[in-house]
Write a protein that binds this ligand. Structure first.
Ligand SMILES: O=C(O)CCC(=O)C(=O)O
Ligand SMILES: [Fe+2]
Length: 211
């Protein structure tokens, strides 16, 4: 793990983007390069990667990536109108969850893991705005492996957006009204790119919880 924990906790190391109607920050070196590489190798081997299906224009298709939904037993999630039952936490993921919770001052009970095998794998434009995430979700996104382009686009004002090449070991934090006002994607690329793992830590509001 990154021994520069003080470093990570120093709010000055967050890059804060002044994006209207959103709250987006990046901690470029949450994991140092060696730790990020080891974490990538461990998770690539340990996560039970699955081919999820997505519904698009009334048709069901293979999603262009491999995925795995991991979380507490009660953290059910509906994504692209498909229900996912969480798989149990792996120790390394639970450890990352706790460290990320500290630097983000938020709690997470689940993580969506995505594996982009090459430049043809991608994530279409969407908002993480499912009702079970609550009205202003905190999404913490850790990137490992190959660098890929990530784009945020305002839902109503085409002039507003942000494009980031997410470095390995970086932690992107989206909070507040970001999901309400923006969509994001990870486009395909013709460049030769190494495989990438992305972990989006989330908090599902479980039935019976007051908020
Ligand atoms: O791979 C990424 O950086 C984005 C993943 C994402 O948007 C999601 O899991 O909802
Ligand atoms: Fe997303």
């Amino acid at each position: 793990m990154n021994d520069g924990a003080d470093n990570v906790n120093d709010p000055n190391n967050w890059q804060i983007f002044s994006l209207p109607d959103a709250d987006v920050q990046l901690l470029p070196n949450f994991l140092d390069v060696a730790t990020a590489a080891k974490t990538f190798a461990d998770l690539h081997a340990q996560i039970c990667w699955e081919q999820h299906r997505v519904r698009l224009f009334g048709r069901e298709l293979d999603s262009p990536r491999l995925s795995c939904w991991i979380g507490d037993d009660d953290a059910y999630y509906t994504y692209s109108r498909m229900q996912f039952e969480p798989r149990p936490w792996l120790p390394e993921l639970a450890n990352l969850r706790d460290r990320i919770a500290l630097v983000c001052a938020s709690k997470f009970n689940s993580v969506l893991c995505n594996l982009y095998r090459n430049g043809r794998d991608s994530m279409g434009l969407h908002s993480d705005d499912e009702p079970e995430l609550g009205p202003a979700p905190v999404i913490a996104s850790l990137s490992l492996g190959g660098v890929r382009r990530f784009r945020l686009r305002h839902k109503h004002d085409k002039s507003l957006g942000l494009t980031l090449d997410l470095p390995l070991g970086s932690l992107l934090l989206m909070r507040g009204a970001t999901q309400k006002n923006y969509r994001h994607d990870l486009p395909k690329t013709a460049r030769e790119v190494a495989a990438r793992i992305n972990l989006t830590f989330r908090r599902i509001i479980v039935a019976g919880e007051t908020r």
